[in-house]
Design a protein around this ligand. Sequence first.
Ligand code: C2E
Ligand code: MG
Ligand code: MG
Length: 742
Amino acid sequence: MKYRNPLAAAIVILAATALVVTYAYYRPEHAVAAIIIYIVTISLLTVAVYSALLFYRKHKSTIDVETFGSVTDDLNTEIVLWSTDFSFLYMNNRMKDLLGIPRKAQVTKEDVLRAFGVTDGNADVLEKMVGVTSYETSFKDTSGKLTTIAWSTSVVRKVKKRAAYLSAGFNMTELKKMKVNLASANDFFNSSMELAEIGVIMSSDRKKYAASSETVRMFGLTSSSIDVSEFRSLIHPVDRPQFDKALRSTDDSEDVRSLEMQIRSAKGGYRWYSFRYKSIKATDNTKPLFGGALMDINEEHQKDMLIERLAYNDEVTDIPNRNKLMTEGEERFALCKNKGYSYWIVVLDIDRFHIINDTCGYDNGNKILRDFAHLICEFTRDGFAARISGDNFALLLRDNGIDEAEPADTVKKIQLGLAQLAVGDLSPLNLSCSAGYSRMPGDGDSFLEVLEHAEFALKSASISQGSICAYEPSMHDSIIGSTELEKSLALAIDNDELRLFYQPKIDLNTGKIVGVEALIRWIKPDGTIIKPDAFVPIAESSHLIGRISEFVLNEGCRQNKEWQLMGLPNIVMSINFTSTDFYQKDLADKVREALIKAGDLQPEWLEVELTETIALSDIDFAVAQMNKLRDLGVKLAMDDFGTGYSSLSYLQILPITLLKLDRSFITNIQNDTIAYEIVSSVIRIARSKGIETIAEGIENAQQEEILRRAECDLGQGYLYGKPMPADQMQTFIEENVRKFGT
Ligand code: C2E
Ligand code: MG
Ligand code: MG
């Protein structure tokens, strides 16, 4: 229409002009009138068309605004139609309501300026709004509340410098409120987390974390957005693998899981944190999430550790206790079953520890236990060590399947180390330990059973000090046997089945008998003779030894007195004491009573034999005890010299009257020059100290001759006579008197 109207007008004017020109040509007489009529008609037509056009234009714009109004009035958004010269203005009902303008009222320029929040200070707002998709302006609504609207303004019509715009608004007031609420909810959340000291980290790509403000504070982070690798570097290296595992977890169940790890804290150093985490699957509208809450549990962890220490640690030695051994052992037993591993279980017992404890005091006893604990820990490698009771310790050693002698070799090394622990006040102690061992999983169906079997083996080993014994199934019989033995030994004492046998001690220069050693025998009703090695150690460990020793002391004194009363030459009666006997506080009293009870046997005819080990386990007490016996007038012999410490320096301190050279030196003295050298030097030194010497185990004349030349005073052995009952001994003495005189 815009383009066709002028064209039509031009065609009409052209056609009309052609018509008038043609008419004037053919009728020249009417030409002037025709042209005047033509000009008047054209002028009138132009005026009419122009007026019509003006009317049309004015009419047309009014219709636009109304049409627009009818369309937008009920829209649920704010609409303002305006022109730069404010020649036409329109607001829909929603906008009018907001400004409090009656719906039917004409919109004024002021209304529009109010709608757009234009004041003197920001007069350029209108320019800025144009062409911007979202421009926020604020005004006070009818109730005085501040309303914010984001306007999107676009050009509707532009004629020369005049332009009309349509501004469509989006009411931000509620959204702003929500934002404020959201911000305060976030503050509330952050404050709660801060008060509860819970840090939160969230990640959608597992590469970057959004950290809560408490997390930032906890770990002294520089930003709330951190790389996973940066967070990982704060975790203790030991705990990183479990964190990595958690990070990799894609848990369909969305269960909350937790782990505990040490993380470098802003407080300084590593602290323990609990990390409760979960992964959340993606939905149509959300990305997958991985995140968790971090809580400082350092204090709780330390308490747990303390409880664990109390429950699983031995107070005295600070190494694991039996409880811990059980849990650790059961775990390793499972490894043996499932993975084919093998372990040795070695149970160690410090020999005669109760005596050390009684005589050296608890402080020294505890020191030995502590030192021993640390010593055995050196041999654990990837094994384990624990104190399982009083002086019993256990070692778990990995069995490499190559070296069957490994447990015994390890125990030997421990024994060497233990001997060296006797330093300072404890230096006189001859520290040794016995051991029993078994192997798992072969030696039992459970860890407890394997441990019990190692303890069985130890029981067999403890019969003699320093021995090492491997578990064997047949051992059960002998262990049961030993308890049986204990019972029947107690009965034997009641039934008077114990007897003393006597072995002569001969003066090597004169051949005369100078004494006898009383050696105990158990004679069963069927006549079987049981030697002391088979029952004295059992008696020692089961408190029967007291009764046996009492019998030996009394019977030895009585027999000697009897021989004296029979008119036989006076000889010395030697009796043997175990460690338990010797360390009794009232030993001297008991000896005095025995002498009196025997009819006043003179103390010089009684001799007490002690081994080095007994005498040296508590040197001070031993010296005091020996002095008491010496004061009584009783003689003292050091038995089996050469098998223990064999330190001649003790001859200075110990008030002994006789030194008994151990049989092991004598057995091969005729061929063994070293043994000969040792024996002759010991004899020389003892002699210089006024101590007599006796050689045990002389079985032939050659040995006797060598010892005589070495100036050994006395001899004892099968060459002169085996241990024999009292009546045979009486005959022996009588014959000796006949041969060599009194
Ligand atoms: P011991 O005190 O060293 O006793 C010497 C042992 O050597 C005795 O063994 C004796 O029979 C043996 N013997 C003596 N001469 C020879 C020899 O020429 N050749 C050989 N091969 N052996 C010889 P027995 O009687 O079996 O005593 C063994 C150990 O038992 C004793 O060693 C002693 O420590 C202990 N014992 C014996 N009787 C008693 C006792 O009444 N009380 C205590 N507490 N222990 C005792
Ligand atoms: Mg002896
Ligand atoms: Mg001996």
